[in-house]
Design a protein around this ligand. Sequence first.
Ligand code: HEC
Length: 109
Amino acid sequence: MKASSLTSSTRRILAGVAVAGILSLAALLPVQADDSTNAPDATPPAPKKKISGVELYAIHCNRCHPERYPVEFNESQWKTIMLHMKVRANIPAEQAKEIMKYLQEEAGY
Ligand code: HEC
């Protein structure tokens, strides 16, 4: 059967089916487009901010007693205090180092 032998109403029906098919596919597309977690241009998560010594001091060192001003002790006193307090506070070595840096920078004489 040649295409030209189709009646005009048959052609209209076929065209309608084709349009309906395209529209129903288009209706599915937004669902996929919403899956933005895999989108290549999705903003990457912000890098984890490193917590500073002064923040770590405020987080850890006033849990059991009010925090002391860094100037209240000198550098070597802070060294001894931190040896003791990092064990008491159960602080990871990396964080204790950051706190120590802060205390030594601000230490008294
Ligand atoms: C688990 C509870 C606890 C945490 C957390 C803690 N401390 Fe203490 N801290 C104590 C206790 C108890 C004392 C007093 C008795 C002692 O020295 O063990 C003390 C005493 C001190 C003193 C007084 C020392 C003196 O001679 O007057 C300083 C300074 C101090 N802590 C600093 C810190 C710092 C800095 C941190 C954070 C790294 C910290 N503490 C975290 C329990 C804690």
